[in-house]
Design a protein around this ligand. Structure first.
Ligand SMILES: C[S@@+](CC[C@H](N)C(=O)[O-])C[C@H]1O[C@@H](n2cnc3c(N)ncnc32)[C@H](O)[C@@H]1O
Length: 289
């Protein structure tokens, strides 16, 4: 693999890059950015390069997938027939998993190519009869029904416009059935930490999300951690300055160091975790089973 770990940070999204990924664009046009990324990577292998870290080695993205999976696992034990909405579903890695568990799944995403790929993967896994997919902007979500489970994995962190973010939270809340549960995994450090922010990504302080959810009429029922090992976030801001062989070695080293810590302490080291899983219900709603 030939990942562009030393390309300039501000190159435009369609700039010619000599390898698999691209740096964050100077101006973030979400529809353009995600569609471009999907066209490059969504059909490839597991599709993780389209929805996890862009331009990183496959082993790095596989470990991200694994730590997310561990963190989400307690919240994804659904009953057959559970109505699920997977917002910003990307290539459908959670949609197909939940459909396999018997959920009746609606996946939605801004990018038509992500959605086409999610549809294709649902067919491959023989769950297309339990899935429907919509191309929509979360800020204007209109799925035409309410859901028992709304899942969003690393989506709000890419909605940078404050009004769009507020609207996204409100649209999700309004699609929650009585007693339904919203499970959102986002970069949400406890303290202000902007060193990994780019033009397409914000690590908002956890309290910002809690205020946002309260304003949308959903309240926190549980919170858990994902990835308390700090090494990745130390490395990421410096990565593009390193020569490629050194960068790959550094990524391998932080992956090796982080994995046992994240696997063992991921869920319990909530305060230290870079990402958080927020479990929410409508204010006044019944506790989820
Ligand atoms: C980091 S990827 C995560 C994809 C998927 N949730 C997963 O975990 O595999 C972020 C996804 O959010 C989608 N997205 C970004 N902004 C969006 C918006 N405003 N409305 C709907 N989807 C959006 C992108 O197209 C992309 O598929």
């Amino acid at each position: 693999m030939n990942a562009p770990l030393n390309v300039p940070v501000n190159a435009p999204v369609n700039a010619h890059v000599n390898a698999r990924g691209a740096p964050a664009p100077e101006h973030y046009l979400p529809q353009h950015y995600w569609e471009d990324r999907a066209r490059r990577f969504a059909a490839e292998g597991s599709g993780l390069a389209a929805v996890c870290s862009y331009g990183m080695p496959e082993f790095y993205n596989r470990m991200i997938h694994y730590s997310q999976h561990l963190a989400l696992r307690p919240w994804l034990n659904i009953q057959p027939g559970t109505r699920v909405l997977d917002v910003g579903c990307g290539v459908g890695r959670w949609s197909t998993l939940l459909a396999k568990r018997g959920g009746s799944v609606t996946g939605m995403d801004l990018s038509p190519t992500m959605i086409a790929e999610a549809r294709r993967r649902a067919e491959l896994k023989n769950v297309s009869n339990r899935c429907r997919f919509l191309v929509q902007d979360l800020a204007q979500l209109d799925a035409g029904e309410t859901f028992d489970l709304i899942l969003g994995v690393t989506v709000l962190q890419h909605i940078l416009d404050p009004e769009a973010l507020r609207s996204a939270a409100q649209r999700m809340a309004s699609h929650l059935a009585p007693g339904g549960r919203m499970v959102l995994l986002e970069a949400a450090p406890v303290d202000v930490a902007q060193h990994c922010d780019t033009t397409v990504f914000r690590a908002r302080q956890r309290s910002v999300y809690l205020d946002l959810f309260a304003e949308a009429g959903v309240e926190l029922r549980a919170i858990s951690g994902v990835d308390p090992a700090p090494f990745k976030t130390w490395l990421l801001p410096h990565l593009r300055r390193l020569p490629r062989p050194l960068a790959v070695s550094a990524i391998a080293a932080v992956t090796l160091l982080s994995t046992p810590i994240d696997v063992i302490f991921g869920r319990v080291a909530v305060q230290q975790s870079w990402h958080a899983v927020f479990v929410l219900q409508r204010t006044g709603g019944a506790h989820a089973a």
